[in-house]
Design a protein around this ligand. Sequence first.
Ligand code: PA5
Length: 469
Amino acid sequence: MPETKLSLYYKNVTAEVLGPEHGISKRQFEELAQKTVPAVAECNKQREKGLIPYRDLPYNENYPKDVKSVARDIKAGCENFVVLGIGGSALGNIALQTALNPYMYNLDTKQRKGPRLFVFDNVDPAQFGSFLDWIGDRLDKTIFNVISKSGRTAETAAQFLVIRQMLLTALGEEGYRRQVVATTDAKSGTMRKIADEAKLRTLVVPDGVGGRFSVLSPVGLLSAAVCGIDIDALLAGARKMDEKVSREDFFANPAALNAAINWHYYGRGKPISVMMPYAYGLKDLSDWFRQLWAESLGKTNDLKGNKVFVGPTPVKALGTTDQHSQVQLYREGPNDKLFTFLQVGEFERDIEIGPQPVVAPELAYLSGQKMSKLLNSEKLATEYALLHDKRPCLTVLFDRVDAFAIGQFIYLYEVATSLAGLLFGIDAYDQPAVELGKEATFALMGHADYAGLAEKIKPVAQVDAGYRV
Ligand code: PA5
C-alpha cells in the first residue's frame, strides 16, 4: 500500500513571517509546548483508560470485516445506495465520497466502481420529494442505509418512516428487510428496536463514540466500501497518523501544533478558523471539520463548571472559488481569522490549458500550462496576499489524495479536536446545546412527552404582525 505523506506546514504563523503582533514567537511556541505536552499525555492516558474509544477505531478488526461482508452481500444488483442520517451520521460519508470518488461518479457508469450514492441529511420535502419520484420504480435495486445511534433523531426517523412505508407497499415485508441496512447502537435505542423486530441487517455504532468521531467506524465505512473506496487504506492511514499524534514531543506532533496554534490565536483576537481546500474533492472535509470543531469546542462550561462561553468558529471556504467571494473580507476585514489551506502536491490527473485565440494574446501566459499549476499558484498567491496583510496561515499538504492520506487527515483532526478541548478545559465529547432545539421540535410536532415545552414555545411561535414589513 503506498504510504502517501500528509504534513502540516506552520511557518506562516510564526513571528519570523508575520512579525510580533500577529505571529507566534519562539518563546510563545515554547510556552505552547509546555501547555500542550501535558494535554497530549492526558489524551493518551484517557485513551488507555478506554475513555475515548474513537482513538482505537483504526485498530478494530471486526468493524471492517462486518462492513465488507454486508457490502459484498448487498452489492449484487444494487444500483443505488442511499444513506439516511444527519450530523455525524452523514458528514463523514459525504466527505469520503467527494474526496475519493470522481466528480461525475453518480452520472457516469464508466467512472464508478459501485452503485450511485445519495446521502440525505435534511427533511426538505421538495428535495426529498424529487428523489422519491426518481427512486419510486427503482426500489428493488436500491439499498437504504439508515444511520442513527438513537433512532430518535427527528430528521432521520422521518426519512426512514417514509422509505419504510414505500418499501412495504411496493415490495412487502421481505423486500423491506432486503433493502434496508440499519447502522445503530448494538443494544438499545429506537432504531435497534425497529431493526430487531423487523430482522433488518445491522451494523454497529460503537459504544462511546460520538457521531462526529465515528467516520472510521461502520457509520462511515459502509457507504465507502460499497462505493469502491479502499477502507483498509483509510484505516491504515489513520494508524500511521496515530503514531505522530501520540508523540509527547510538541514539535513532532501535528495535532498538538494544530490545536495549540488554534488555541493561541483564539485567545489573541482570532477566534475564527477558516479551512480552505485548494482541491474540489476536499471541500466536504471542511464541512466535516466544521461540525467536529463546532460541536466539540463550543461550550458554555469548562470542566470545573465555570461559565466560559468558548469556541472557535469554524468557517469553510473553497479555493479558488472563494477568492472571488471571500478574500476581500479575509484581507481587508478584521484580522480575526486563522487560515488553514489544504493543498495537493500531485493531482490524480492533469489538464493542459488550450492555445489562446489570435485576438487574445493576453491569455498566452495560460496556454500550454497545466491546470494543477494554476490551482496551486492561486493557493500560493492567496497565501502571499494574506501574509502581506499579516493574516496567519497553516497548510495541510496532501502529497496525493488517496484513502491513506484521507485516513491520516481524519485522525489528525479528530485528535487535534481532543487536544483543543483539553487546552480550552472543556468536554469535547458532549453536545448539550443541541438538545433544546431537538426537544422543541418534538414539542412543535406534538410529541406527548413535550407538551409543557410546547406551551413555553408559544410566544416565539406567534408572529407579531407589527414587526412584519
Ligand atoms: O455528532 C453527533 O453526535 C451528532 O451530530 C449526531 O451524529 C446526530 O445528531 C445524529 O444522531 P443519531 O445518530 O442519534 O441520529
